[in-house]
Design a protein around this ligand. Sequence first.
Ligand code: DSN
Length: 428
Amino acid sequence: MTASPHASTLETLEATDEQVFKIIAAEERRQADTLEMIASENHASSAVMAAVGSCMTNKYCEGYPGKRYYSGCAHYDEVENLAIERAKKLFGCKFANVQPHSGANANLAVFFALLEPGDTYMSVVLSDGGHLTHGSPVNISGKWFKPVHYPLVYDQARPDFGHIDYDAVETMARQHKPKLILCGYSAYPRIIDFERFRKAADSCGALLMADIAHIAGLVAGGSHPSPFPHCDIVTTTTHKTLRGPRGGLILTDNEGLATRFNKAVFPGTQGGPLMHVIAGKAVAFGEALKPEFQHYAHQVVRNAKALADELIRLGWKLSSGGTDNHLVLIDLARSGVQTSGKEGALWLEQAGIITNKNTVANDQRSPFVTSGIRLGTPALTTRGMHEVQMITVAQLIDRALKSCGEASAIEKVREEVHGLCKAFAMPH
Ligand code: DSN
C-alpha cells in the first residue's frame, strides 16, 4: 500500500506547526524520561496511535453501522462493526457499544437509560476509592440521582480492613432497595467478588452494574475474574490496563438493555462518534485478543505484588494491606509519617516518578491534600519491567518519600530513575 500524501505524521506537523510540534516532542521526552506510575495510565502502541491519528477523524457518522444519518460511512461501518465484534469476543458478552467518548460518558448513558431523576442506587463514595461519576455531589450522578454509599471495612483490627464490606452491601441493599448496585472502583486494590454483588442485587431486585475501567485489561487478560455472567451492565474505559486509546465502552448480555444503551449514547447523550478513536479501539481490542496480552496482564499483577511486598518490607502501610490487581495505595497516615499525599506526590514527581495523591479509607485530610499515594504498574509493565525492577522502584519511592523533599537526596533518586528509563525504552 502506498503512503497517503496526506499522511499525518509528526514530521509533517514539525513543518507546518512548529509550536505544537515542540510541545508534543517535549511530552514524548517527558514520558520516556519518567516512570509512569499513575494507575489509570498506560503507553498505547504505535498501531493504536496510528489509527487515532488517521483520516478517520474527518467524518460525521451519527447513528450506528447500517443506520447512519450521512453518506459515505461504509468504512466507518466496517471499523465500528470490527470494534464491536472484538469487544464482545474479548469480554465474552453479547452486546457492545463502542461509541462512548469516555468512561464518564459511558456511565452517564447507562444512568440516563436506566434511572429516573431521584432514583436510588448504591456505590462506593469517591473518597473510599469510588469515582466521580459514581455519585459525587458535584457530578450529575450525584446531583440528579440519589446515591447511597456502601462502606469498606473501616475497623483496623479486622484482617479485611480496607476491603469492601460485603455484609454491609447486602444489608443496605435490603434496607434501601436501590434500582441499581454499582461496583468497580478507581482506587481499590482487591479482587471484586461479582458473585457476592449479584446476591445482594437479587435480594432487592436491583440491576447490577460493574465499572471495570481500572481492571478491564486484567479481565481481558484473565488476571481478574470477569463481571460476566454476574453483572447486567459493564462499563469501562479503553485506555487504562486495556492499553487502548482514550475512550469508553458499554457491554451487556441483555438485548433489551443493549437497545436502551444504544439510544442513551446516541442520540441521548452524545452526537457524532469519534470514529478515529473507534478505529483505535478496534486495534487495541485486537492486540488484547492476542496471547501476549494475557502474559502482559499477569505480569502487571505480579509487578504490583512485588512493588507492594517491598514497600511493606520497607515499613509502609498499604490500604487493604496489599494488592490483588494493578494498583497499590500507600497509606501515609497509618505509616506514621506526617507527609501528606500532596507533598509525597510532588517529591516523587521531582524524582521522575509520576503518581497521584489519593484519599485512603476514612481519610482525615481533604481530597486536595490526602493521606495516600496511588501507584500502578500497567505502564511500567508495558515498558518491559518485571519484579526485580519493581523492587528497585519501591526502594526509590521509599527514598524519595523519606527525603522530605531534600534536593540532593531527590536528585540522586532522579539519576537512578533516568538509568531505569534508559534501560527500558518506550514501546513501539
Ligand atoms: N481519573 C481516573 C483515575 O485516575 O482513576 C478515573 O477516571
